[in-house]
Design a protein around this ligand. Structure first.
Ligand code: ZN
Length: 163
């Protein structure tokens, strides 16, 4: 059962006693997808997150199998950075294959810059975004798509090698 009403301290209009009435309201992102719920003070409109609805770190970085299961943009960055199913792990796996191909003499070392570990533009974007409190939707998706596209191009390159 979802609680839809509570009385609590409002940090904005009633900080000293738990007498402000809050209603639970649905929160949407800019594409009108439901992202969660928040408490809204009926007196001043101040909003507070539903703490219990926040996705837990272990789910984001270990349990989730797809970035679609992760709600906030910050958590999407964390999923990409740490989760073994994230785009960064996919890119790292192809980086390793390119390094192995160079070591085995199957391609020139320049492949590291074009397809491998030295092609790290989107990895640097990921690290930068991991330090941003409210990353922009465009930046997060651009970074994730970039990692996946680079990994796909590396796989294509590997598949096209002679031996
Ligand atoms: Zn208030």
């Amino acid at each position: 059962m979802t609680t839809t009403r509570k009385t609590a301290k409002c940090p904005n209009c009633l900080p000293d006693q738990a007498g402000a009435i809050f209603y639970s309201e649905t929160v949407y992102d800019e594409d009108f997808r439901v992202t969660g719920r928040e408490w809204v003070c009926q007196n001043c409109g101040h909003t507070m997150p539903h703490r219990t609805r926040r996705q837990d770190w272990t789910f984001v970085t270990e349990t989730a199998t797809s970035v679609e299961q992760v709600r906030s943009l910050r958590n999407k960055v964390a999923f990409t950075y740490f989760n073994p199913n994230g785009a960064y792990a996919v890119k790292q796996a192809t980086d390793d294959k390119i390094s192995a191909a160079v070591d085995a003499g199957r391609c020139k070392s320049g492949a590291l810059f074009v397809h491998g570990s030295l092609n790290d533009y989107h990895e640097r974007a990921m690290r930068r975004l991991s330090k941003v409190k409210r990353p922009a939707r465009f930046d997060v998706h651009y970074m994730i798509d970039g990692l996946l596209e680079e990994a796909a191009r590396a796989e294509e390159f590997l598949a096209g090698l002679e031996n």
